[in-house]
Design a protein around this ligand. Structure first.
Ligand code: ADP
Ligand code: 5GP
Length: 221
């Protein structure tokens, strides 16, 4: 008996995707981002630099690169950051090099950044950016999620809640808006967006080659 022939799926070369996720603090973007990174090996996280204090659950170099203000200023002034912003009194920025490498290699990257960062990436790399805004079901639920997370002091939680309205006002600048009431449903929606955006014609530059070869092929009758 002959073994069944294994055919390799055809892969069409495409540009990498810059998946930007924003939300007011506590709406669930980090949870959704973490689930996506676990479920999809084709996407990697852009690890930001920040001047804020590390939370007990965070690992340096995995969630953030924790740096001081002098280091931050040095990176920003030497153009090593693709975008940066001051959020809740701390500084955050996206290191440029890993993003440029991923895009050149056609790999997808996830950015957990605020509206100011989303705007800067949109301005600089509009063709590659797909942006998603996550909304909480209510302000009361947002407050209780911040408390349930139990990683910040009461003072920090109060600042974040006070800033949440200003973040939410930017919801309409995003390509997609997801209400994170049920986490499974919200995560499903994010996965559907990624799946569809990877299939967009304008991202799949390898389709030109594929179609020209397809049209020169003469089927053997
Ligand atoms: P963000 O990154 O937007 O600040 P997190 O992802 O840290 O928010 O979520 C804040 C808290 O809310 C966490 O404790 C998380 O487990 C919880 N959470 C996230 N999504 C939901 C949801 N749909 N229902 C209930 N709790 C949620
Ligand atoms: P947190 O302190 O909760 O981790 O993040 C606070 C806010 O800063 C969140 O809205 C998060 O998305 C945003 N943020 C994290 N990293 C960056 C970054 O590199 N750039 C910008 N602009 N915002 C960031």
């Amino acid at each position: 008996m002959t073994a069944p022939q294994q055919t390799k799926p055809i892969e069409i070369p495409r540009r990498g995707l810059m998946l930007v996720i924003s939300s007011p603090s506590g709406a669930g973007k980090s949870t959704i981002a973490r689930n996506l990174l676990e479920a999809d090996s084709g996407i990697s996280l852009s690890i930001s630099v920040t001047t804020r204090q590390r939370r007990p659950s965070e690992i340096a170099g995995r969630h953030y690169h924790f740096i001081d203000r002098a280091e931050f200023d040095m990176l920003r002034d030497s153009d090593a950051l693709l975008e940066w912003a001051e959020v809740h009194g701390n500084f955050y920025g996206t290191p440029r090099k890993p993003v440029e490498e991923a895009m050149a290699a056609g790999r997808d990257m996830l950015f957990d950044i605020d509206w100011q960062g989303a705007q800067q990436l949109q301005e600089k790399m509009a063709a590659d950016v797909v942006s998603i805004f996550i909304l909480p079901p209510s302000m009361t639920e947002l407050q209780s999620r911040l408390h349930r997370r139990a990683e910040d002091t009461e003072e920090v939680i109060a600042t974040r809640l006070a800033n949440s309205r200003a973040e939410i006002e930017h919801w309409h600048e995003y390509d997609y808006v997801i209400l994170n009431d049920d986490l499974t449903a919200a995560f499903d929606a994010v996965q559907s967006i990624v799946k569809a955006e990877r299939l967009r014609r304008d991202r799949r530059h390898g389709m030109f080659d594929f179609v020209s070869k397809l049209l020169t092929e003469q089927p053997v009758l």
